[in-house]
Write a protein that binds this ligand. Structure first.
Ligand SMILES: [Zn+2]
Length: 287
């Protein structure tokens, strides 16, 4: 399951429902998911975040890494639409200015994504400021995992953008760990089954994968900040785990430094228990 979170080089099915015009939303929701419908669904994200989205075969831009992937066929469009919906629900949690400052320029939705023969649910191309997501994982992975992946992968881009290296061995973060702790040999080598299971194996760590590399530890906790079902676990663990609590504070402070709006109220809002993306809130957020 952990094909994604394991990113050596730290490397979607968008179904219509989100355009900012309410009456059109209902109309689009009943349409078959064509590429045009998917584009229309993505339009609010394009304008809100100034991002480009790629999913049609001739459009996928060249990546820095030598990737293998396929693109959505007509038959894949319903799955692609579902994936895009999930992606959009997660992405709308980011304030537009935060994303713009991060210099991210594009998102590619592909399938059968591989790097060096390893399957990946997502992959960052931080030199071209683009993220690749494999929408085909919707057929085999839990939606919760895929929500997590949206944020995990973006964190690698943030690290490259703001700390100069996706593999930055942040000394301040390393000091938070127990004295003498050493990370493993990186996410690409941590692929055994269950490595991504959120089981709090040791103080300061949410899973075994987080212990594989400092960069993965940060990306894992970053993702958990955004996914309420997973946040509830972390929130409980950190009550008796000072290291984990300090790591959470560290990343929340990092976000706030980049965007003042990512304050305590912001986190409370995005973690509201049972928060549902109602059509109204989707529309509002999608503007
Ligand atoms: Zn990773």
């Amino acid at each position: 399951m952990f094909q994604t979170l394991a990113v050596l080089m730290l490397a979607g099915t968008l179904v219509a429902q989100g355009p900012a015009r309410g009456h059109q939303t209902a109309r689009v929701g009943r349409e078959k998911p064509t590429a045009a419908v998917i584009r229309e669904y993505l339009a609010p994200l394009v304008s809100r975040y100034r991002l480009k989205f790629y999913f049609e075969p001739e459009q996928i831009p060249k990546c820095t890494w030598k990737l293998e992937f396929a693109t959505a066929t007509q038959k894949d469009l319903p799955v692609l639409l579902s994936y895009v919906r999930l992606f959009a629900e997660e992405w709308r949690k980011y304030p537009p200015e935060f994303v713009k400052r991060s210099k991210l320029s594009g998102i590619c939705f592909v399938k059968d994504l591989k790097l060096k023969k390893q399957k990946r649910a997502a992959l960052p191309d931080y030199f071209n400021e683009r993220l690749y997501y494999d929408f085909g994982f919707l057929r085999k992975s839990s939606r919760l995992y895929l929500r997590h992946v949206v944020h995990h992968e973006y964190y690698h881009m943030l690290e490259q953008q703001w700390n100069g290296n996706a593999y930055y061995k942040d000394p301040a973060w390393a000091r938070l760990n127990t004295k003498g702790f050493h990370y493993g040999s990186g996410g690409a080598n941590a692929r055994s089954p269950g490595v991504g299971r959120l089981d709090h194996p040791k103080p300061g760590f949410v899973n075994a994968y987080a212990m594989s590399g400092l960069e993965e530890d940060k990306a894992e906790i970053w993702a958990l900040l955004f996914v309420p079902q997973q946040w509830r676990l972390v929130s409980r663990w950190k009550e008796s785990d000072g290291i984990l609590a300090a790591k959470v504070r560290y990343l929340e402070a990092f976000a706030r430094k980049k965007d003042k709006g990512m304050n305590t109220r912001y986190w409370v809002r995005i973690r509201e228990p049972g928060r549902k993306e109602t059509r109204r809130s989707q529309l509002e957020a999608g503007k």
